[in-house]
Write a protein that binds this ligand. Structure first.
Ligand code: MEV
Length: 320
């Protein structure tokens, strides 16, 4: 028996980094998917790539993991964390294949989508009745192990889909926002640092100087105002708030020269607003554009490896 699922990636519209500290964020689930298949197999689990262009090749037996030469160390760690999170599903006996149209770590929630897709495929294959919220929670456990500190944002966007409001009150509150269409142009740039190291750098800055805590707090206020702009469909105000959010990310020191230039070029080309999306250190840039064509060209000119335009969010993880 084989189960195939697809798990969407995401773009953060507002509040990356500040969400790690419980402040609100708005995330858009992208209709760009990681495909995961799980097949019943003899008594071993084989995980094959390409999660990051054939960079996973390992065989997991009950008592040890044999790592092939193509496997990058951090991905191996990642897969072993997935296995840990889903231990109770008694994993051995499954072959997993992961296919990604984007490199893992591109800044678009690819790693969260790998975790969501793998957890979903294995639980369905094992005949377990796990709903999307539980898949999101299990995949979030993986993110926490990998990053050291992680919000549930990326895994919720991949599992549940739509446009989501994420905020920590007593508990984490994950609320769908009703947004039918929004014109986004997304550029993918060289990522120079891992999310884990960027999250750690920001944590260190917050400890060192209380002014960084003010920046984080302000990002939360920007997200609150953005929610109202989004609900009013006030694109001009939303664009202005994206620029403000980007300025906060610059202040946190997570924006590279290339992505900073891409934001400026996108605005010069007519975008209402643009910002880095995700942890930074390169990665993704998202722009809000009434006319996506000149903005997409501006992203290419500024060095994007991939550019795409989207307007409707995905519906979350799905069986194929
Ligand atoms: C990564 O996509 C977004 C961060 O806010 C980390 C997190 O939310 O766990 C930087």
């Amino acid at each position: 028996m084989q189960v195939r699922v697809r798990a969407p990636t995401k773009v953060t519209l507002f509040g990356e980094h500040s969400v790690v500290y419980g402040y609100p964020a708005i995330v858009f689930s992208l209709p760009i998917y990681i495909d995961v298949s799980a097949t019943e197999h003899d008594d071993i689990l084989i995980v094959t790539g390409p999660a990051n262009v054939s960079s996973v090749d390992l065989v997991i037996k009950e008592d040890r993991i044999d790592v092939g030469p193509k496997t990058k160390k951090y991905l191996m760690r990642y897969i072993s964390y997935i296995l840990k999170a889903i231990e109770r599903f008694s994993v051995p006996g499954i072959m997993i294949e992961i296919k990604s149209p984007l490199p893992v770590g591109a800044g678009l929630g690819t790693s969260a989508a790998v975790a969501v897709g793998t957890v979903a495929a294995i639980s369905i294959l094992k005949g377990l009745n796990v709903d999307k919220m539980e898949i999101a929670k299990l995949a979030w456990e993986v993110e926490k192990l990998v990053q050291g500190r992680a919000s549930p944002m990326d895994t919720a966007a991949s599992a549940l889909g739509g446009v989501l409001w994420i905020e920590k009150k007593e508990e984490w509150n994950i609320e769908p926002l009703s947004v039918d269409e929004i014109n986004l142009v997304i550029g993918v740039f060289e990522k120079q640092k891992t999310t884990a190291s960027l999250v750690a750098e920001v944590a260190e800055k917050l400890k060192r100087n209380r002014l960084y805590s003010e920046v984080i707090k302000l990002m939360g206020e920007i997200a609150r105002e953005a929610r109202r702009a989004l609900e009013d469909r006030d694109w001009k105000r939303l664009g202005e708030l994206m620029k403000l959010n980007h300025a906060m990310l610059e202040a946190l020191g997570v924006v590279t020269e290339e992505t900073s230039r891409a934001v400026h070029y996108a605005i010069e080309a007519g975008a209402l607003g643009a910002k880095v999306s995700g942890a930074g250190g390169g990665g993704a840039v998202v722009a809000l554009a009434e006319d996506p064509i000149p903005v997409a060209s501006a992203m290419k000119v500024s060095g994007a490896k991939k550019v795409f335009t989207v307007s409707e969010p995905s519906n979350g993880v799905e069986i194929l």
